[in-house]
Write a protein that binds this ligand. Structure first.
Ligand SMILES: *Cc1c(COP(=O)(O)O)cnc(C)c1O
Length: 316
């Protein structure tokens, strides 16, 4: 499997007074790449270190984490159970991540948003009773306890960014990333704290209100041993939620097509294109200048969800 995960940083374009660079996490060479490959690799090492033989993952129907964990577990000869939350909304067209999962050897279990905890507990005890040693990616059944492992992934990515700055004799003034649970952003902040970097880091929230997202980033940092983290180190914008997780508009759809046709870069409207669209608006509104780095967190299967709806670049 993957040793030493790395990704390139490339110059994209000027936007007003900012020079936009992109860190191509989407090109990490395993299961379509993305931030979940970096995070998944940390989770697998932890699971192996703990002598576990079965991974339990959890996410939405469009979850990139579930896809990556299924493939990593299979690749390392471990069992895998994937818990999928169905949101109960009207059935949209199937997500490619779910189709890919259905063709893996992972055991798929569906739950509702109100039954996550009991579903995780039931799977953990069933596996334990049959002699397995399961590893639940989020820690305990309430989804806490494993923050340090998640944060390690983007703490390491931050060090790569520092190496790039050194090699190119430049520095980034601002880093932007799409922020869902905030673990990627928290890892970047952990890297910033460890290295004493002065870069600004802003998360474009794709799912949660600002206060809730900030609180989980701060508490993850504290649980991971960064007791010195303070609220003013966490910058989040929830102004580009566009109706919530998974929702998007023609503006985000245009970004999906602009990135693909002008730059040859796939992105998905749920995370990476929503984050990128939000970043462009922030650059304009705040007049941000200088070197700006966008962390392209992946989500390539979602690119195909977006374009297979049959609507083209200008339609919606
Ligand atoms: C999960 C995910 C994110 C969000 O990462 P968090 O650590 O949950 O904030 C962003 N982009 C993509 C493509 C993802 O799969």
């Amino acid at each position: 499997m993957l040793k030493n995960i790395r990704s390139d940083i490339q110059f994209l374009k000027r936007h007003e007074n900012a020079l936009i660079y992109v860190k191509r996490e989407d090109c990490i060479p395993f299961s379509f790449g993305g931030n979940k490959v970096r995070i998944g690799a940390e989770l697998m090492s932890e699971a192996e270190r703990a002598g576990c033989d079965h991974i339990i993952s959890y996410g939405s129907e469009a979850s990139n984490l579930n896809r990556v964990m299924a493939h990593m577990a299979e690749n390392r000869g471990m069992g895998c159970t994937v818990i999928i939350k169905r949101d109960g909304k009207k059935e949209k067209s199937a997500h490619f991540n779910e189709l890919i999962l259905k063709n893996s050897r992972a055991h798929l279990v569906y739950c509702t948003r109100d039954s996550v905890r009991e579903t995780v507990e039931a799977e953990l005890s069933a596996l334990t009773a049959s002699g397995h040693k399961p590893y639940y990616v989020y820690g305990n059944s309430r989804g806490t306890g494993n923050e340090a492992v998640f944060l390690r992934a983007y703490g390491k990515a931050f060090l790569e960014i520092r190496e790039y700055e050194k090699e190119k004799e430049m520095s980034f003034d601002h880093i932007f990333t799409a922020s869902g649970t905030g673990m990627t952003q928290a890892g970047l902040i952990a890297g910033k704290i460890s290295t004493g970097s002065g870069v600004e880091i802003t998360g474009i929230s794709v799912a949660r209100q600002e206060e809730a997202l900030k609180a989980s980033i701060l508490s993850a940092l504290k649980s991971a041993g960064f007791g010195q983290a303070r609220e003013d180190m966490v910058s989040v914008s929830d102004e580009y939620l566009c109706g919530g997780y998974g929702s998007y508009d023609s503006d985000i759809r245009s970004v999906v097509w602009e990135l693909m046709t002008d730059h040859g870069i796939p992105s998905d409207p749920c995370y990476s294109a929503k984050g990128f669209a939000g970043m462009l608006r922030e650059l304009e509104r705040k007049g941000i200048e200088g070197n700006v780095l966008f962390i392209h967190t992946g989500g390539t299967p979602g690119f195909f969800d977006c374009i297979s709806g049959g609507k083209g670049r200008h339609g919606f």
